[in-house]
Structures are given as structure tokens and as C-alpha cells.
Design a protein around this ligand. Structure first.
Ligand code: 6PG
Length: 469
């Protein structure tokens, strides 16, 4: 009975919730999972009105789908994607579409597009953001691949996506692996913002000795105006939660060793390949790595102590407001870095990315959704080729007034010995970016000294080499 319009492979948290979201929008959706318990969970959760069917074999599952088939994979990135594809393809035919909705590494997506094209099938890499709740009630989706195949999927994706002012948070991103590339950078930005928020938390906790209640109230109060964002919002919620067992604030019982699945690292690795400077994201990746060296940090904490030069918080009139402004400033540099990487990658890989569309679909549903995305969308509508958000006059206007704040906060943190690597990196980037002349002329001279690598001059054209001694 080929009656189901869409199929989902992998009925874990994301797969099950997306499937139910589609069913809410009156699509008949089939699910596949090798684990009978997950299939049962789907059937239990679905309502009588929802047209939903779960199977445990690829053949039964494919047999339910209308042709040409559209199947969304929601399995862990890596080998699981390849094995899901090879278990399905014997039952598929030309014209069918497979969409990979996981956080796959974009070169894998390029490879899979080619492999399936040889069989006459379409393969789509689609970043999906928003976690469990997003999947159930409206994620942000970043699809990339063959435009014609996308046109067939567009109605269903638009139906299930988050909406901002009625606009669905899904747009066709571009060719090949564009969708997964955009999602990778989304996650890099996510890492940067999360690191920054943790530094703000530390400034308040270690620096100003804020109580748990004060910390929570501070983040709660920040979630409005220019700072309104999902990550600030959940920080307030996270800080409020008490542990059922001990009655203590749960966050204080959580180990400081941070984990990562790799998307932030890939963002940094690829940024190096295409020479996109994204130092705050790099720093965020490095700080998660550094957090793992707990034993070494314990040793070092005994070896290197620092008596804070300043501990009178009254000596810091305006510090709290400065931290708020500094946070806004630094967050903006993170988006500026990530979005410049996207502009560069679009040229490098011929993706045809439209930055205004990316800002538009990041306004809702995704983890990095924030009020400032509206400003970014306007900036890229005004100038689709804008290389860096810092060059937009309106954004520049908002940043200029906050320069003093970030400098103030960093000086405070330096005196107190509180690590604020992301803030420092944001300011370092900003100061370098706004420098008409950098000291890298000296680097060029040194390269020429020891390696005859040559240099260009400012007063005449050509390439030069000097016998330095
Ligand atoms: C999202 C998230 C999601 C996931 C990350 C977490 O957009 O919904 O980014 O994809 O939570 O993969 O990544 P780490 O485990 O690397 O922190």
C-alpha cells in the first residue's frame, strides 16, 4: 500500500518528533527503526487522527511510500548514514530523494550526492536545528542539493518549520553540501556564543560573587531587546533548576568537563582551509578541549595562584551594565566571523549562498536564534555581497558605542584573573579588523630573511627579495 507521502529513518528523539510534527500537518508519514521499542514508542505517541506507521525493515518501510519517494534520515552522522543509505537503495528507484537531516560532515555529503546521482537518485544534505522541541513544534532547516528535488519537498518542509512573522524558517541554501555547510557554521557560532555566556556567568559568579538567585535573575532580565536570544533564555532556565535528589542547584553539581560532537571543530578546521578568520569560534573549541584536562588544571591551580588586585565590587561602578554591553559586542563579532566564513565558502565551493536567507531562517527555530538576526537579515538584503557584518553602517553604529564596555570588562577580568578568552579574542579580532595597517609587514620581512619568500612593497608594484645581512 503505497500511501505514505514521506518516510523517516531513525526514530530516536529527533526522528520521532519530526515525524509527529509532519503528521500534525496532515501528512501521512512512515517511520523506520531497527529497534522495535522505538517503533512502539512512535505508535504510542501518535494520536488516532495522525496517519503514522512504523516498520523495522527497510523493505516494509519503502513499500509504504508513494513514488517518487522522499525519505529523511535522522541517524547519527558518519557510518550510520552510509549504512542507512545502503539498506534502502536496493528498494528505491530513479527519481527518489534521500535527505540526510543529521549533522553530517559536508565532504561526506558531497560524496553521497555523487554516489546517489550515479543511481539516478537525489541526495540532499539538510541541517536541522532546534533540538527535541524544535523538531516537534518547528525547527529551522537548512537544505542543500538539487534545486528541482527541493521544489518537491518545499511544501512539507515549510509546513513543519518554525515561523517568524509568518515566514517559515526554511530556505533552499544552495548546491551540493551547502545545507550541511551552513549547519556546521551555525554550530560553530553556537559554540562561540555558549563559551561567551559561560564567561559572563564566571564574571558574575567568581568576579562579583553573585548568588545562584542573582545569576538566574540576571540572565532572565537580559532576555529582551537587543540581547533577546534562545541561548540567553535557556541559561536563565538552566540556572534556576534544582536537583531532585539534593535540592541544590543542578548546574553547581555538573562536571566542568565539556563534550563536543565535532561540528565546532569542523568549522574551525575548514575556516583554516579557506582562510576565514574566526578566532572566537576557534577559542570556543579550544576552551572545551582545555576543560577536559581536569587533572592538569588541578595541578596548575596549585602552582599558579593570583591575588586579585581588585576585589571591591563597588570600585566597578557600571560593571554589570558593561558586561551586558560587552556581551552584545562580542556576540556580534561571532556572527560576523561565521557569516564571513559562509560568504567565503560560497565562492570556494560554488554554493550560491544567500546570506539574507540564512539570517532569515536563523531568526526562529534554531539554537542561535536571536533578535539581532533581524538586523543581519536587513544588512544582507541591503548588500548581498557584504563581506562582513562589521562593515554594515547600522551594525557598526551599534558596536561603536560598546567598545569601551568590552575593554573595561576585559581589564577587570585580567586584574581578577578570570579567564575570558572569548571576550579577548572578540576584541583582538575587532581591533585587528579595524586596523588599516597591521604589523604583518614585519612577518613578511622575516619570511623573506630566512626563506627568501619575497614580499610586496607599499611604494611600488612587484615582488621583491632582499639580502638582509
Ligand atoms: C542544533 C544543535 C544540535 C546539537 C549539537 C550539539 O542546532 O539543534 O546544534 O545539532 O545539539 O550537535 O553539538 P555538540 O555536542 O558538539 O555540542
Amino acid at each position: 500500500m503505497e500511501q505514505y507521502e514521506f518516510g523517516i529513518v531513525g526514530l530516536g528523539v529527533m526522528g520521532r518528533n519530526l515525524l509527529l510534527n509532519m503528521a500534525d500537518h496532515h501528512y501521512a508519514v512512515a517511520g523506520l527503526d531497527l529497534d522495535q521499542a522505538k517503533v512502539d514508542a512512535l505508535h504510542n505517541e501518535a494520536t488516532a487522527e495522525q496517519q503514522v506507521s512504523g516498520k523495522t525493515t527497510a523493505q516494509d518501510f519503502v513499500g509504504l511510500l508513494k513514488t517518487p519517494r522522499a525519505i529523511l534520515l535522522l541517524v547519527p552522522a558518519g557510518k550510520a548514514v552510509d549504512s542507512a543509505i545502503s539498506s534502502l537503495t536496493p528498494f528505491l528507484q530513479e527519481g527518489d530523494i534521500i535527505v540526510d537531516g543529521g549533522n553530517s560532515y559536508f565532504p561526506d555529503t558531497d560524496r553521497r550526492v555523487k554516489e546517489l546521482a550515479e543511481k539516478g537518485m537525489h541526495f540532499f544534505g539538510m541541517g536541522i536545528s532546534g533540538g527535541e522541541k524544535g523538531a516537534r513544534f518547528g525547527p529551522s532547516m537548512m537544505p542543500g542539493g538539487d534545486q528541482e528535488a527541493y521544489d518537491r519537498l518545499q511544501p512539507i518542509f515549510e509546513a513543519i518549520a518554525a515561523k517568524v512573522n509568518g515566514d517559515p524558517c526554511v530556505e533552499y541554501m544552495g548546491t551540493g553540501s551547502a545545507g550541511h555547510y551552513v549547519k556546521m557554521v551555525h554550530n560553530g557560532i553556537e559554540y562561540g556564543i555558549m563559551q561567551l555566556i559561560s564567561e559572563v556567568y564566571d564574571l558574575f559568579k567568581r568576579g562579583l560573587n553573585y548568588s545562584d538567585d542573582q545569576l538566574q535573575q540576571t540572565f532572565e532580565s537580559w532576555n529582551e531587546g537587543d540581547l533577546q536570544s534562545f541561548l540567553i533564555e535557556i541559561t536563565g532556565i538552566v540556572l534556576k533548576k534544582t536537583d531532585d535528589e539534593t535540592g541544590k542547584r543542578l548546574v553547581n553539581l555538573i562536571s566542568d568537563v565539556a563534550r563536543a560532537k565535532g561540528t565546532g571543530k569542523w568549522t574551525s578546521q575548514n575556516a583554516m582551509d579557506i582562510q576565514a578568520p574566526i578566532p572566537v569560534i576557534d577559542t570556543a573549541v579550544a576552551m572545551r578541549d582545555l576543560s577536559k584536562y581536569k587533572e592538569e588544571r588541578i595541578q596548575a591551580s596549585k602552582l599558579f595562584t593570583w591575588d586579585a588586585a581588585i576585589d571591591d565590587k563597588d570600585a566597578h561602578g557600571g560593571l554589570v551594565e558593561h558586561i551586558k554591553s560587552a556581551y552584545y559586542f562580542a556576540v556580534l563579532t561571532i556572527y560576523a566571523q561565521g557569516m564571513e566564513q559562509l560568504q567565503l565558502a560560497s565562492k570556494e565551493y560554488n554554493y550560491g549562498l544567500k546570506l539574507a536567507d540564512i539570517a532569515k531562517i536563523w531568526r526562529g527555530g534554531c539554537i542561535i536564534r536571536a533578535a539581532c538576526l533581524e538586523d543581519f537579515m536587513q544588512a544582507f538584503i541591503k548588500n548581498p555581497e557584504l563581506p562582513n557584518l562589521l562593515l554594515d553602517e547600522q551594525i557598526a553604529g551599534k558596536l561603536t558605542g560598546k567598545q569601551e564596555a568590552i575593554r573595561f570588562v576585559i581589564k577587570y577580568a585580567v586584574d581578577k584573573g578570570i579567564p575570558v578568552s572569548a571576550f579577548m579574542s572578540a576584541l583582538g579580532y575587532f581591533d585587528a579588523y579595524r586596523s588599516e595597517r597591521l604589523p604583518t609587514n614585519l612577518v613578511q620581512a622575516q619570511r623573506d630573511y630566512f626563506g627568501a619568500h619575497t614580499y610586496e612593497r607599499t611604494d611600488k608594484a612587484g615582488t621583491f627579495h632582499t639580502q638582509w645581512d
